[in-house]
Design a protein around this ligand. Structure first.
Ligand code: PMP
Length: 396
């Protein structure tokens, strides 16, 4: 190894470990379900994005197996050469139906979807108004586009309006976009989409909503945009297929023209191999299940409310979540990690989230209840929270 690299890695890794900012990775030995096995121990799992339990759904496993038997394990090429299987076409039609748009485009992940879609439309002559708590993939997608990035204070509509006015009246930019998460994944709060759309109309802003954590969760499953009845008003309805939908992938739903453009200008669509057949078939079926029934969605919300009320009653600071995502805000990084470690020793897996994922001093253990949890599991988890919280003087 080059000496300079060796020195760089040692210094920086030691520094991270000293600050309590180095996250250990714990391999899961089996399905990522309501209970998981880590290092041979069974734990109640409050850390997955498998909101509806679909990642381990038996019917979807069968659908994926059948698709693999028929098509093989790989798509064989990028979408624009001959990697577009009829399965991909069916998936994109299903996404459009689910989202209430004319068309949709699927990507291999939510992360690369943001990298692809933002830079396909925005360039160095443009500006992007970006919520200060937007996800890393949005930030990277904006950077890749080379547009001027103008951050507005988190969900602060006065700040957004002032910055939209300044950007559009400056004459410096050809196009201006406003971009936001639909549901903010670290706090569980919901973007103020009706006001954002109103401001966008006033200043002719392009609107882009990343609904990674809203799809399957908000709007009876159809997402945050649908929740507010804005399917025709938001230009880019972006989301992932890896969280509530349970598989992997990302998408943009929008007008036929927008999707036509993305299909000729999105670099991961042009230059990275298509979603696998098994995944593609399973996602399409998962979307159909959400279109057909809200049962899993309803169960998720019931469990979310139950856990929230329980944690609040015990005395934890659970922030201002409006969704099943339930943070327990601890603050100091090392204490946060110690809390999470003790929870795991006592049988609950709830991962600590610290800087740089959240601002310094706002370390938290984030709880993600799912439709697959039982009341007994949640009661067991709450008892552990109370015990460990008191032991570490986080609650009285
Ligand atoms: N956007 C948001 C808001 C996310 O939370 C995530 C996942 N953490 C992504 C995009 C990326 O999605 P994926 O995991 O499908 O790449």
């Amino acid at each position: 190894m080059a000496k300079i690299l060796d020195q760089f890695l040692k210094e920086n890794l030691d520094d991270l470990k000293e600050q309590g900012l180095y996250n250990e990775i714990d391999p899961v030995e089996g399905p990522n379900d309501a209970k998981i096995k880590i290092a041979g121990k069974e734990l109640i799992n409050l850390s997955s994005n498998n909101y509806l339990g679909l990642a381990t759904n038996d019917h979807l496993k069968e659908i994926a197996k059948k698709a693999i038997d028929h098509y093989g394990v790989g798509a064989g090429a990028v979408r624009t050469i001959n990697g577009t299987l009829d399965l991909h076409v069916k998936l994109e039609d299903k996404i459009a139906e689910f989202k209430g748009t004319e068309a949709a485009i699927a990507f291999q992940s939510g992360f690369n979807c943001n990298m692809a879609a933002i830079s396909a439309v925005m360039d160095k002559n443009d500006a992007i108004l970006s919520d200060s708590l937007n996800h890393a993939s949005i930030i990277d997608g904006c950077r890749l586009s080379k547009a001027k990035i103008i951050r507005f204070e988190h969900s602060d509509m006065e700040d957004l309006r002032a910055k939209a006015k300044e950007a559009t009246e400056s004459g410096l930019y050809n196009k201006v976009m406003v971009i936001t998460d639909g549901v903010f994944s670290m706090d569980g709060d919901v973007a103020k989409l009706p006001q954002i759309v109103e401001i966008a109309k006033e200043f002719d802003l392009i609107t882009y909503v990343d609904d990674a954590h809203g799809s399957g969760v908000m709007g009876k499953g159809a997402g945050t945009v649908k929740h507010f009845g804005l399917a025709k008003e938001v230009d880019f309805q972006m989301g992932t297929l890896s969280k509530a939908i349970g598989v992997v992938g990302g998408y943009v739903a929008g007008t036929q023209e927008l999707i036509d453009w993305l299909k000729v200008r999105s670099r991961p669509f042009l230059f990275s191999t298509a979603l696998t057949p098994g995944d593609t078939a399973a996602i399409t079926e998962a979307l159909q299940m959400l279109i057909d029934s809200t049962e899993l969605h309803d169960k998720l919300w019931e469990n979310g409310r139950y856990l929230k009320e329980g944690l609040k009653k015990i005395g934890f600071d659970i922030g201002d979540s409006e969704t099943p995502i339930t943070p327990c805000i601890i603050g100091e990084e090392k204490l946060t990690q110690q809390f999470s470690k003790r929870l795991s020793e006592e049988g609950v897996y709830a991962k600590s989230i610290v800087f740089p994922t959240v601002p310094r001093g706002t370390g938290r253990v984030r709880n993600m209840p799912t439709a697959a949890h039982t009341k007994d599991m949640l009661d067991e988890a709450l008892a552990v929270y109370e015990k460990v919280g008191k032991e570490l003087n986080i609650i009285q």
